[in-house]
Ligand binder design. Structure first.
Ligand code: DC
Length: 214
C-alpha cells in the first residue's frame, strides 16, 4: 500500500508521515530530504543554483541513500546539514530543474516498488505515485507554519526572527507552487487536511482512521 502526503513547508507532513508509517508498519520516505541532498552538493561545489546544466551534472554524480533514518550523500551522513535554512532555499531552487526531478522521481518510484510506503513531498500524489491508494494534502496557515518553524529552531538553540522565517516560508511556497514542472498542488483525488488548529497526534489519528476505517 502506498500513502502519499504532500503539502507546503511546515504543514507537519514529515512528522505525520513518519508517525503514520510507524503506526501502520510501513516504510517512510522523505522526498524533500533527497532534494535537499542535491542542493547541499550544489552549495558545497559553489555552483550557481540557477545554472541548469551544471546543477544537472552535480545531481547525476550524487548517490543518495537512506539508512537507519540517516541520509547518506555519497556515503557521508548529511542528516543534520540538510536541515540548514540555506539548504532549504537551495532545494526549492534546484527542484525546478527537470533533470534533477527526473532522476529523483525515478529513485522514489523504485523505492515504492519494494512494498508499503508512506511518502511525503510536493508531487507524490500528482506525479510520482498517481495510483496511490490514499492521498493527503496537508495545509496550515502561514502564521501557524511560521510558529512551528520558530519553535523547531528554538528547540535546536537557534532562535530566528518571525519576519525572516515567515518570509522564507512564503517565498518557498511561491517558488514550489509556481514552477512549471510538478508544482506543489493537491492531487484531484487527495483529501485536504488543514492542520492549523490540530496537534500532530490529532492529524495522525485522523489519517489513520481514514486509511483503516472500522
Ligand atoms: O519538504 P522539504 O522542506 O524538505 O523540501 C525541500 C524543498 O524540496 C521544497 O521547498 C521543494 C522541494 N521538493 C520538491 O520539489 N518535491 C518534493 N517531492 C519534495 C521536495
Amino acid at each position: 500500500m502506498i500513502i502519499t502526503i504532500d503539502g507546503p513547508a511546515g504543514s507537519g507532513k514529515s512528522t505525520v508521515a513518519r508517525l503514520l508509517a510507524h503506526r501502520l508498519g510501513l516504510r517512510f520516505l522523505d522526498t524533500g530530504a533527497m532534494y535537499r541532498a542535491v542542493a547541499l552538493a550544489v552549495l558545497r561545489s559553489h555552483t550557481n543554483q540557477h545554472d541548469a546544466q551544471a546543477v544537472s551534472q552535480i545531481a547525476a554524480g550524487c548517490s543518495i541513500r537512506f539508512h537507519d533514518n540517516r541520509l547518506l550523500l555519497n556515503q557521508q551522513d548529511v542528516t543534520s546539514e540538510i536541515r540548514m535554512p540555506e539548504v532549504a532555499t537551495a532545494a526549492s531552487i534546484v527542484a525546478s530543474n527537470p533533470a534533477v526531478r527526473a532522476s529523483l522521481v525515478q529513485q522514489q518510484q523504485q523505492i515504492g516498488e519494494s512494498g508499503g510506503l508512506v511518502t511525503e513531498g510536493r508531487d507524490q500524489g500528482t506525479v510520482v505515485f498517481p495510483h496511490a491508494r490514499h492521498k493527503y494534502f496537508l495545509t496550515a496557515s502561514l502564521d501557524a507554519r511560521t510558529r512551528r518553524r520558530l519553535a523547531e529552531l528554538d528547540q535546536k538553540g537557534q532562535p530566528g526572527s518571525w519576519e525572516e522565517i515567515r518570509e522564507q516560508i512564503r517565498q518557498r511556497d511561491e517558488r514550489d507552487e509556481k514552477r512549471a514542472l510538478a508544482p506543489m498542488k493537491p492531487a484531484s483525488d487527495a483529501v485536504i487536511v488543514d492542520t492549523s488548529e490540530l496537534t500532530v497526534e490529532q492529524v495522525v489519528e485522523l489519517l489513520c482512521r481514514s486509511v483503516t476505517p472500522e
